[in-house]
Design a protein around this ligand. Structure first.
Ligand code: MN3
Length: 211
């Protein structure tokens, strides 16, 4: 997949209604076709003015512009973060996936959190602690697995390797779950793409070891 300017809103890897009854079709459609598309359109329209950034991937754009001054750099970082986090979130869900991780990721979760259930509780608590709009993430870093939250469309790209994320903006759940964030999180556990998280854990462990 092409991962630089001009960015395209590639289709979801499943049908809009594939994650029913946990994620409703209307929310998935609006979330992908409008919310994500807006970040893509905004990002492309700013990047039009900056040929030097047009060959950079989303990750490179975020790392390059994150702390640069100027309102365009702030806007690039925010919108690239919005595209990155949404793609990560959508790819991180699937239909009829496995119900629990296995292999090295399962072992790492047990080591760090005690058990899968304890991890789920801790992740849920972390996601509920997001104040306003933001994300909850399971990441792999120098200290091993860790739970973090980010505000708005900020990420920890370039600092840690993300494995799972959960969009805690109201637009991600309000049509179906109203203000019941805990119900949304409970439903999300049914559609987590554990296989992808396992792959990401595998790659991240290799690259962290080679540092
Ligand atoms: Mn969103």
């Amino acid at each position: 997949m092409k991962n630089h300017y001009p960015f395209e809103n590639t289709p979801l890897p499943y049908a809009y209604d594939a994650l029913e009854p946990y994620m409703d079709e209307k929310t998935m459609q609006l979330h992908h076709d409008r919310h994500l598309k807006t970040y893509i359109d905004n990002l492309n329209s700013i990047l039009k003015k900056y040929p030097q950034f047009q060959t950079l991937t989303l990750e490179q754009l975020i790392c390059t512009t994150w702390q640069m001054p100027g309102k365009d750099c702030v806007a690039i970082a925010r919108n690239a973060g919005g595209v990155y986090s949404h793609r990560f979130f959508f790819n991180g869900m699937c239909q009829d996936g496995k119900k629990a991780p296995s292999g090295a990721l399962a072992a790492a979760i047990d080591r760090r959190f005690g058990s899968l259930n304890a991890f789920r509780e801790k992740f849920t608590e972390t996601a509920l602690s997001v104040f306003g709009s933001g994300y909850a993430w399971l990441v792999n870093g120098e200290q091993g697995l860790c739970l973090v939250t980010t505000a708005n469309q900020e990420t920890r790209v370039g600092i840690v390797k993300p494995l799972l994320n959960l969009d805690m903006w109201e637009h991600a759940y309000y049509l179906k779950h109203y203000n019941k964030r805990a119900d949304y999180i409970n439903d999300w556990w049914n559609v987590v793409n554990w296989e992808l998280a396992e792959q990401k854990y595998g790659y991240s462990s290799v690259s962290l070891r080679s540092k």
